[in-house]
Structure formats: C-alpha cells, structure tokens
Design a protein around this ligand. Sequence first.
Ligand code: UD1
Ligand code: UDP
Length: 391
Amino acid sequence: MSTNTPSVAPLGSTPRPTRILVIFGTRPEAIKLFPVVAALKADPRFEARVCVSAQHRGMLDQVLEIAGITPDHDLDLMRPDQSLDSLTAALITGLGKVMDIEKPDRVMVQGDTATAMAGALAAYYRKIPVDHVEAGLRSGNIYHPWPEEVNRKMIGAIASLHFAPTTTSQAALLRENVDPARVHVTGNTVIDALHWVGDRIKANPALASGLADLEARFAGKRIIGVTSHRRENFGDGMENIAQAIRTIAQRPDVAIIFPVHLNPNVRAVMNERLAGLDNVALIEPLDYPHFAHLLSLAEIMLTDSGGVQEEAPALGKPVLVMRETTERPEGVEAGTAKLVGTDSARIVSEIFSLLDDKAAYEAMARAHNPFGDGHSSRRIVEILCEEMGQA
Ligand code: UD1
Ligand code: UDP
C-alpha cells in the first residue's frame, strides 16, 4: 500500500500547494466529484487539476456545464457502443500521458467505472498515491454489478486513502485487510451534490422548469420515475423491464417518466417496446437539476442505477431496484429501497403493491439518509490536508 511522506520545507517558507489530479469520465462520477473539485479549488493548500476521459460525452457535458467545470484535459474517448477492452486500453494510455504532463502529487478517482479503474492503475504504474472517493462498496458477486465490482476491488488494492461513504463500506475494506488508518468514513458526496442542486433550484426555479409540459400532460396522475442502464441487464433484462413498464402503463391513474440512457443497448429496446404509449414519456437524459426535479415529482423510483439508490432515500422516495443484488445495502436495510430483480411479473406486482397499499408505501417513504449529511467533500479535503501535513 502506498503512503505519502510530507516533504520538509525550509524554515519560514510557505508549503507548495498539493497538486491533485481529479479524474472522471461518466455522468455519475461527474455528479459525485464536482462538489469535491469545488472544495479543492476553494482551498489554497491545493492545486486541483481536472482530467476528463469523456468515456461519456453528452451526459458528462451536461454535468460539466451545470457545475461550471472546464477540464484542464479532455481525452474525448467515447466511441459508439464501446467495448470494455478497447476503452480500458485507451484510458490507461491516455490518462498515463496526462499524468506525465501534470506530474501530480496525488490522483483522485471516484467509484467504479472503467475510467476510475484505469486512472488508479496508471497512477500506480507511476507510484503516485491514489485517493478513492466512494470506496469499499461490495456486492460480493463479481458479475453483479459487472464489471464494477472488480473495478472497485482493483482500486481498493491500489488506493492510498479510502473515502468510504458509510460504516458498511468501511467494514468491507477492513475485512479485506486494508490498514484501518487509511480508511475514512466521509458520507457520500452525492448528497453534497443533491443539496447543492436543490439550493440552486430554490434560488432559480427556471433551472428545472423544462418538465412543465409533461407535468401538465400528466396532471392528476401518479408519477413513476424510471432509469435503466446496467450492462448485466442488457438483453433479456431490458426486455423484461420494458414489458413490466407496458403492463404498469395500462393503469389509467399512472404516468411513467423515463429519461433514457444514451447507451444504444438501452435505447433500442425501450424505443421499440415503449414509444407511443399514452402515459409513458420516453425522454432524453435530463440534466441534474431536471433529474432532481423528477425525483421530487415521482411517487416511486424504479431503477437499476447506483446513484439513484442513494438519492431517492435521501428524499423519502421509495426506490425499487431492478437488480439481483446491491453493493449499497444501506437503503434496503433502512427499508427505503427494495431489490426486485428484472422479472416482469415481480416488478409489476411490487409497483402495484406500493400504489395500492398505503401502509406499504408509507413504510418505505421515509426520508432517511444513510449516505451522508451533505458535508462529505469538506471532510475529504480536511483528511487530505492532514495526510499532506498541511492541516
Ligand atoms: C458506464 C459505467 C457504469 C456506470 C454508467 C453510468 C463502465 C464500465 N461502466 O456505463 O459503471 O454506471 O456509465 O451511466 O465504466 N453513450 C453516449 N453518450 C453518452 C454516454 C454513453 O452515446 O453520453 C453511449 C455510447 O454509445 C457508449 C455507450 O453509451 O459507447 C456505453 O458507454 P460506457 O461508458 O461504455 O458504458 P455505460 O453503459 O454508460
Ligand atoms: N441522472 C441525471 N439525469 C438522468 C438520469 C440520472 O442527472 O436523466 C443522475 C442521477 O441523479 C444520479 C446519476 O445520474 O446522480 C446516476 O447515474 P447513472 O444511473 O447513469 O449511473 P450509476 O449511478 O448507476 O453509476
């Protein structure tokens, strides 16, 4: 495990700011790292540099714009329907070159994407300490989620500092014999992002007013928000999810708002199965303020997303998770999230039970925040300062 020894500065000199290269490439990483980038940039003890792989292009740019981040490096690596091996190879080479130019003191990655794993590996090849935000999530099954479970374990083997969102993720790292002094429970920075965007919308409601037409079209109906994109659900899983939505949409009291992920493996199925249904709105991916607004409109969220499992409980929205297992058990344990898999009949019966059984709904619809208090980024920056001897 790598550690970093603070350098000794001559008496009276001001320590050089720590140069930290923050790397991300997809929508969820951008959402969870923009609050950390803002906290680092506001602190003179750091020189934060940002490199995006653009593993996602359109959905990443939506976040960069709203967060006001202009990356110092943009590798523009997205290719249509990209394979994991070609993406990973391009990431390691591209991110390594950026590290050779920037010569950072530390590298920061978030979560479990190909970008995060390749960033950690390229840093390790250069013996640069790696800080892992959202460390220690484990499902215990290397194919659910795939390939994220292994990406996280690889980053965990490399990381110098592990920022675990909860005590559950901390415990998972300790079970893997990670030095307890290197693991810090910080909460999840997604809650920082959610608070930030909520404040922005309060100050300027126009930021999230783009759903007004849909709200008018579906006035009086009970809104179900849907997202789906997991690789392990491609094929039969996506077909089953679409079939479940068709059945749910037969109820006249319900409307479904489904911002469809740009992955062609998702869009092809959803367009073919769901386009043109009266009470189903298939829409383009929403920017973060509009998605936060959808979370507030929805009575129930139906999703296979990781981030939505964290956001919905924070807002008191029941979330039905279309996966067999989850690396985020906190919501399930608190009773605000439920694993329903991808069997059509099961999804339909779980949704109907929440719609028709008030007690069942109310048991799940409790605002509960196992993932943090919205101050995770500040904690991460303070821990980094201690690490660098600059506290
Ligand atoms: C990736 C992450 C996954 C994360 C998800 C968040 C990996 C292996 N997977 O999955 O962990 O949960 O992002 O959404 O890192 N596309 C676009 N425009 C975009 C984004 C994607 O057109 O803005 C299309 C492209 O055809 C691209 C494809 O989607 O090739 C797949 O993108 P990719 O990043 O490989 O995987 P995701 O399934 O999005
Ligand atoms: N999200 C968004 N617009 C959308 C759908 C989702 O901004 O149309 C946000 C959502 O609030 C969450 C994140 O994207 O913070 C989740 O991303 P995704 O589901 O793509 O990835 P995962 O979290 O599963 O890795």
